[in-house]
Design a protein around this ligand. Structure first.
Ligand SMILES: Cc1cc2nc3c(=O)[nH]c(=O)nc-3n(C[C@H](O)[C@H](O)[C@H](O)COP(=O)(O)OP(=O)(O)OC[C@H]3O[C@@H](n4cnc5c(N)ncnc54)[C@H](O)[C@@H]3O)c2cc1C
Length: 288
């Protein structure tokens, strides 16, 4: 379990990091918390010749409000998100989702930026990022660009980021009015990753009807996805038991579900529907 030989650089500015990446376009990798990359290197699934450690770049770790959005630096750890008093108040889906990740050690080192850039199909963050309609801010040699959550997760371990880009910030629209959030997960008993994870962000009108539903599902397919049919079935409806059950039945519509030794395709689809129902019910019950 020893990685192949590699060089290591620890730049202190984003510009320096971008220069290092540009000079090594095919064989450099960004190192954040190392909790996905280092295991992959030890297994020789990844053999980068150069690691660019972004942990010493200032101002990549923060949770702030600005312009009606919640701004999260890419190097913010899972624990910082889990324990943020601000987020518990204004966007409880983020701390709730963080609390489901791995164990205390993983949450203290792993970062939200590393997690979404890694795009593990069973990772927890992508579900919440999709449900909340977040945007990813990527910086490259030609400047910054913003990528919507729905366009960011391309396939298994593949995102819309270019190899020379650094994910700098995640922007989440600040929930307004009456909203309900929930994350429900079936943990794999060995790895702790999501066999199925469902993130729900609801906007609820004065009369109790659903104004907006964001439903992100992870663990089921080769990438996390937006459960569009569930969202549509909830929109403008009163969120009663029948409506929620009927909507949740669409959780895997149009999706190629994974099958493995632990969970067959049918079982995964079943879990996705049951946990979507539970997550919507929890979000409705907890709505402020
Ligand atoms: C025992 C264990 C249990 C775990 N359980 C869970 C779990 O239950 N749920 C879950 O979701 N995750 C789990 N994880 C994964 C964990 O959440 C990782 O922290 C996360 O996937 C990667 O974040 P990182 O900061 O460690 O990134 P790294 O491992 O440093 O990097 C991961 C990848 O992202 C790239 N990258 C990192 N940061 C950036 C950036 N800012 N811009 C562009 N590219 C970047 C790297 O080059 C690399 O390819 C677990 C990990 C371990 C070791």
């Amino acid at each position: 379990m020893i990685p192949a030989q590699f060089d290591y650089e620890a730049p202190t500015t984003i510009d320096e990091a971008l220069t290092l990446l540009a000079a090594n376009p095919d064989d450099a990798k960004i190192l954040a918390g190392g909790h996905s990359l280092l295991p992959a290197m030890k297994l020789r699934l990844a053999q980068p010749a150069l690691l660019v450690d972004i942990g010493r770049i200032k101002d990549l770790s923060y949770i702030r409000e600005g312009g009606g959005q919640i701004l999260i630096g890419a190097m913010t750890t899972h624990y910082e998100l889990e324990s943020s008093a601000l987020l518990k108040q204004i966007c409880p889906l983020l701390p709730e989702c963080a609390s489901h990740i791995g164990d205390v050690q993983v949450r203290n080192k792993g970062t939200i930026g590393g997690s979404v850039a890694h795009a593990d199909p069973a990772g927890d963050w992508p579900a919440a990022i999709i449900a909340l309609d977040a945007e990813m801010v990527a910086v490259g040699k030609n400047g910054e660009r913003t990528i919507k959550a729905g366009d960011f997760f391309v396939d298994l371990l593949t995102t819309a980021l270019d190899s020379g880009e650094i994910l700098r910030e995640i922007r989440v629209p600040k929930p307004a009015g009456r909203f309900g959030h929930a994350y429900q997960k079936v943990r794999h008993p060995a790895s702790g990753f999501a066999v199925v994870g469902v993130a729900v962000a609801l906007q609820i009108g004065a009369g109790g009807e659903c104004e907006r539903a964001g439903i992100g599902i992870t663990g089921v397919a080769s990438k996390a996805y937006r459960a569009v049919a569930v969202e549509q079935a909830l929109r403008r409806q009163t969120l009663d038991e029948q409506t929620i059950a009927a909507a949740a039945a669409h959780a895997t519509d149009g999706v190629d579900a994974n099958s493995d030794l632990y969970a067959s395709e049918d079982y995964r689809r079943h879990l996705a529907k049951v946990y979507t129902k539970r997550a919507i019910e929890k979000a409705v019950t907890g709505a402020g």
